[in-house]
Design a protein around this ligand. Structure first.
Ligand SMILES: C[S@@+](CC[C@H](N)C(=O)[O-])C[C@H]1O[C@@H](n2cnc3c(N)ncnc32)[C@H](O)[C@@H]1O
Length: 459
């Protein structure tokens, strides 16, 4: 059976008009003229594809360089003459793993290209307010790749069982998985429910490029660096990531932003948001309205995962009860809810493993609600440059601490002691006598810790 054409479902994430297929691959929006390229064979349906892919390319460079730098540090450590044999063995394993991981990531991410982002593209990106969240690196969810395609079968099967149940065991047309990650759930649901079309959308190209190869039946090798290795050999483990069988036709991968979903109104039979609603960069209330817009009456929304809202704004850190009430306010009928305890990211190579009480919420669309405003990742004053920069309380606090830090930095001359510095702070009326000495110590402690750090946070 040929794969179905997703074209009729797609809409421009910039102006909501329909898209047409480009002759050489990719999609284009006639009315606004935006062209959406393919990354490998995955359409990149971002509102501003050039800039978003440029941002991901920067993160690619950062991820690859982090491994390469770590390999160099390990090589230097290996040249020590007093190393015990087991330490040499461990460092040598890690050195080879990091150097090899840099090559593997570069190769896997090659379809992102090496083209650099231009200044004009960046300006458009800002104007569209589509900036990627700063806390989302290419490898933020790296463990998911290994869980999905190597050692996570019990976890994967349990998740599929719960979500398939919440979808009523039926095959919607199409099934949309938003924030699909490395894609195992989308793959399993596609195999189990056999929808004609399953769309797995995520904004992270590393996860989708790995998934794309794996579900095509091409195993991928990547190193796992477990959080708490069980043994020396577990410090770095080369995993072969593979699917039980190549995916059947109709499993379509899409690079896109869940907050600007590139689909026409009421075009999706069911939408699943696994482990997404609490980490996404939008208030749940607006997100629920967005899900309503994607579905026709009778369409299903399945929320799966934890509800660990960590938003800065305390009013947006919703409880389960609030989530259910907001789902109903967003035009859905009374949701079915269940809670189950599941293993979560339990790598056999790690002593660190989690159990999570996972919630599965199934809600059916009952009525239309007003469409939420287009998602804006940045406020106007940051975009236009003409409006006053608001004097937020956190800005005020930071302004004061930056003044104090700058003052303290200027006092470090290789001669003054902490007490000398604290005395000067008091004389300048920047702090009281009681506060000054502990503050100087904690500032210098942080500076000292930073100086000791290896600077190799993999993102
Ligand atoms: C906690 S992970 C869950 C991944 C997958 N659903 C699973 O259960 O393994 C969250 C996923 O959402 C993706 N994500 C976060 N914000 C997104 C956005 N605005 N648009 C698309 N994907 C997003 C991340 O890249 C990541 O893959």
């Amino acid at each position: 059976m040929p794969a179905p054409d997703p074209g009729p479902l797609l809409a421009c994430p910039r102006c909501d008009q329909g898209l047409s297929a480009l002759a050489g691959g990719g999609w284009a929006c006639g009315p606004c003229g935006t062209r959406f390229p393919l990354v490998g064979n995955i359409p990149a349906l971002f509102a501003d594809p050039a800039s978003t892919l440029g941002e991901w390319r920067n993160r690619q460079q950062f991820a690859v360089e982090s491994h390469a730098r770590e390999a160099v540090r390990l090589q230097a450590a290996l040249s020590g003459t007093t190393l015990r044999p087991l330490a040499r063995e461990r460092l040598s394993l890690l050195q080879q793993a990091h150097a090899d991981q840099a090559r593997r990531l570069q190769e896997l991410l090659a379809p992102l290209g090496v083209e650099q982002r231009g200044g004009a593209a960046w300006a458009t990106h800002l104007a569209l307010r589509t900036r990627l969240p700063p806390d989302q690196g290419l490898t933020t969810y790296f463990a998911n790749i290994h869980r999905d395609w190597c050692w996570g079968d019990p976890e994967n099967a349990a998740s599929c069982e719960l979500v398939a149940g919440a979808l009523g065991g039926e095959a919607p047309y199409p099934l949309l998985v938003l924030g699909a990650g490395a894609g195992r759930l989308a793959y399993d649901l596609h195999a189990r429910l056999a929808p004609v079309l399953t769309i797995a959308l995520d904004f992270n190209p590393l996860l989708l490029l790995a998934m794309s190869r794996i579900v095509a039946g091409e195993p991928v090798g990547l190193w796992e660096f477990p959080l708490a290795p069980r043994s020396l050999a577990d410090q770095a483990v080369l995993r072969t990531l593979s699917a039980p069988a190549p995916a059947g036709p109709g499993l379509q991968l899409v690079l896109g932003d869940a907050l600007r979903p590139p689909f026409r109104r009421a075009s999706v039979g069911a939408v699943v948001t696994p482990w997404l609603v609490d980490i996404v960069g939008e208030d749940f209330q607006a997100l629920a309205g967005r899900m309503n817009r994607l579905l026709p009456a009778g369409g299903r929304w399945v929320i799966f995962g934890s509800l660990a809202f960590g938003q800065a704004d305390p009013t947006a850190r919703y409880s389960l009860e609030e989530v259910l009430s907001l789902v109903m306010d967003a035009g859905f009928g009374e949701p079915e809810v269940r809670e189950d305890e599941l293993p979560y990211l339990c790598s056999p190579a790690s002593r660190h493993a989690r159990r999570e009480t996972v919630v599965t919420i199934a809600a059916t669309k009952a009525r239309e609600v007003p469409a939420p405003a287009r998602h804006r990742a940045l406020p106007d004053w940051l975009v236009t440059g003409t409006q006053p920069v608001p004097l937020l309380p956190s800005f005020q606090e930071q302004a004061l601490s930056t003044r104090i830090y700058a003052f303290l930095m200027g006092l470090i001359d290789g001669r003054r002691s902490m007490k000398d510095m604290a005395r000067l702070l008091v004389e300048q009326r920047l702090m009281t006598r009681e506060d000054a000495e502990p503050a100087v110590r904690s500032f210098l402690l942080r500076m000292y810790d930073d100086a000791q750090r290896d600077g190799s946070g993999y993102r």
